[in-house]
Design a protein around this ligand. Structure first.
Ligand code: ASP
Length: 326
C-alpha cells in the first residue's frame, strides 16, 4: 500500500465553534474519515494548528524541511492548510523543494469537517489519492481539481471552487476517473531543499493618483526593507510624469532593495511594451512575467534569502523554477 504523510497546519477544515477556531481533532482524522485508510497507509503529523492568516515564512521553512527529511519514507505528502494563504504556502514549497520527485498536495475546506454539507471529506480523500499518483509537483487539490501550486490564487471566498490557476490548466481533474495533464513536470536533476526565506518584503498595490512622496515616506521608514513587489496595472504600467514611481524604484534598487513588477491582472507582462512600463525597467526593476502575486512574493522572499549576490538573484528570479512562469 502506498505511504502518505499528512502534515496538518490548521484552517477551516479542522475548526469548530463560533467564531471558527482551530481545534485539535485533526490528530484523529482517520477516525472521522476512515476511507482515507483504504487509499494509503497514512501517518499524521501536526506542524501547527492555525488560521492560515497566521502562517508565514517560518512555517514554510518548517514544512519544507519536514517534507525533505521524510521524503524517502513516503510516496507523497498532503498538507492540510487554511485556504486564505494556501497559495502563498504552495508557492513557497514549490520554490523550496527543487526537482521534487513526488507529490506534495495542499488541501483544505470551505466548511469544517464537522459541518454538514462539508467539502472537507471530498477534498481530503482526493488529496490523499493524488498523493499516491505520479505527479511530482506541489499543487492545490480543491473541488475536484489539482492545480499547480505556484500558479494558484484564492479566487472565491464562498464557492466550493475556491481556487483558480489562471493561464495554467489543472494538473489533474478528479471525476469518475482521474485524468492527469500532459504538462505535469518531471525532475531532471537530483532533489534538494533550500527552505530559507527573507521576510522583509512588501507589496505595493498601485492605484490611480497614488502619490510617490507618500510611498517614499512609507518605504523609507523601514531600514530592513529587502524587496518590493509592485502590483502594477494591466501589462505592468504605472503613472508617468509627476506621479511616476520610477525615481523611487531607482532609489530603492540603488540602495540594494530588489524591485519586482507584477500585475493586478492575469497573464504574461512585458515591461518593454509601453512607455509607462518601460520606465520601471529602465529604473532597474525586474518583470514578474506571468507570476501571480502570491508566487512573485514567495519567489522574491526565496531569491533574497538564497542568493545574496545580485546577478545570481536576478537570474534566479527570471528563470522558470517550478512552472511559475511558463
Ligand atoms: N480563515 C481560514 C484559514 O485560512 C479560511 C479557510 O481555511 O478556508 O485558515
Amino acid at each position: 500500500m502506498p505511504r502518505v504523510l499528512l502534515l496538518h497546519t490548521g484552517g477551516t477544515l479542522g475548526m469548530r465553534g463560533t467564531p471558527l477556531e482551530p481545534d485539535t481533532y485533526a490528530a484523529g482524522l482517520t477516525e472521522t474519515v476512515p476511507e482515507l485508510l483504504q487509499i494509503a497507509s497514512l501517518d499524521i503529523r501536526i506542524i501547527c494548528n492555525l488560521d492560515s492568516s497566521d502562517i508565514g515564512p517560518v512555517h514554510w521553512t518548517q514544512l519544507a524541511q519536514s517534507i525533505a527529511q521524510s521524503r524517502q519514507d513516503y510516496d507523497g505528502f498532503v498538507v492540510v492548510h487554511g485556504t486564505d494563504t494556501m497559495s502563498y504556502t504552495a508557492g513557497a514549497l514549490a520554490f523550496a523543494l527543487q526537482n521534487l520527485d513526488r507529490p506534495v498536495v495542499l488541501t483544505g475546506a470551505q466548511r469544517p469537517l464537522v459541518a454538514h454539507r462539508t467539502d472537507a471529506r471530498r477534498n481530503l480523500v482526493d488529496a490523499v489519492e493524488l498523493a499516491t499518483r505520479p505527479i511530482p509537483e506541489v499543487g492545490i487539490c480543491f473541488d475536484g481539481l489539482f492545480m499547480r501550486g505556484c500558479r494558484t490564487t484564492k479566487s472565491n471566498v464562498h464557492d466550493y471552487r475556491a481556487f483558480d490557476s489562471p493561464g495554467c490548466q489543472p494538473l489533474a481533474r478528479l471525476g469518475v476517473t482521474i485524468e492527469l495533464g500532459e504538462h505535469i513536470r518531471q525532475p531532471t536533476l537530483p532533489f534538494f531543499c533550500d527552505a530559507r526565506f527573507e521576510a522583509d518584503v512588501v507589496v505595493v498595490h498601485i492605484t490611480p493618483g497614488l502619490r510617490p512622496a507618500m510611498l517614499e515616506a512609507m518605504l523609507g521608514g523601514y531600514e530592513q526593507l529587502r524587496g518590493v513587489v509592485f502590483a502594477a496595472f494591466g501589462a505592468g504600467t504605472t503613472p508617468a510624469g509627476a506621479h511616476s514611481i520610477a525615481p523611487l524604484v531607482r532609489k530603492l534598487v540603488d540602495s540594494g532593495v530588489e524591485a519586482l513588477v507584477a500585475t493586478q491582472s492575469t497573464g504574461l507582462i512585458d515591461l518593454s511594451l509601453y512607455q509607462n512600463s518601460r520606465q520601471l525597467l529602465d529604473a532597474g526593476a525586474i518583470s514578474a512575467g506571468g507570476m501571480r502575486l502570491e508566487a512573485a512574493v514567495t519567489k522574491l522572499m526565496h531569491a533574497l534569502a538564497i542568493h545574496p549576490e545580485r546577478n545570481a538573484r536576478r537570474l534566479y528570479l527570471e528563470a522558470d523554477v517550478a512552472g511559475e512562469l511558463a
